[in-house]
Design a protein around this ligand. Sequence first.
Ligand code: EPU
Length: 302
Amino acid sequence: MRVENRRVLAALAELGIEHRPGERLADWTSLGVGGTTDLLVIREPRHLPELIRLLDSEGLPRRFLGGGSNLLVRDGELPWVLLHLSPRNAEPEFRGRRVQVPAAADLGRTVTLCARRNLGGVEGLIGVPGSVGGALRMNAGAYGIEISQFIRSVQLYRAASGTIETVPPETLGFRYRQSSVAPGDILIGTELELEEKPYEEIRQTIRMCNEKRRASQPINEKSAGCIFKNPPGASAGKMIDELGLKGHRVGGAVVSERHANFFVNRFQATAEDLFRLVELIRRRVREAFGYDLEEEVIVWAE
Ligand code: EPU
């Protein structure tokens, strides 16, 4: 979706919003697939209400792009303008065991900065790629913890009211890889409460998580992490593996040989290749095990 109206472009410039026409989503996502659209990079989250009023008044559909690490976007010209919070100056602020983190901050870097202040608990998230905002929306988790355990409050733009609100975590319906944050809402920041621990202890745990991840996940290939959620009591990766589907290829998309719930873009895959691979694997698992696997990645197919 192109932003071409001069009045809108002038208003964007006034808000300090960078207009990047014709960005390829393949360059903004860890999977390396996705079509083209205009991207608006926002430096000041407080400008969101005004920006969105402007886009709505022009009838420009919008979506929000975070770190792009858990996202499968369709090919071609995309029918939405994408909003993106600039990660520049997105620094955590510390107050005792509490830390205020902007949503645009990188999750792994945040874990490391907290560790240096002797604040831990969140070590398991070290290798989870993406932004803090994405981690909040998806309730990112790994190695026995989920980010929602540490949240004390969340600041977000609410599409329903058109305003920025601060809310307690209980109102956001956090569950396994899920929250009730509405699709049109935009996460701005969060206050976390962490555990005091000696730096050396945190470092050991971080090292252990990194090693486990390196051994079990294809961290050097283009992927969006796990493609499917684990159904209660079962493992999507294990089922796909048991079906002998590691290495199965559709176009440029391949089921990772290292972890069967990771689909990697090895040979310049298109989104279409990935959609077809997702459907094929879902069907095979349904036929063999009776589980209807649900995507863990966010899919922008239409
Ligand atoms: N397994 C196989 N073959 C495989 C992959 C896994 O047999 O190809 C087996 C493993 O041996 C193990 C079981 O399946 O017995 C579970 O595997 P693993 O420990 O790798 O965990 P997972 O359930 O597949 C989850 C999260 C990961 C997270 C890891 C570590 C989901 C969908 N996945 O994976 O999160 O990193 O635990 O805590 O919840 C993500 O969210 O994108 C993600 C990668």
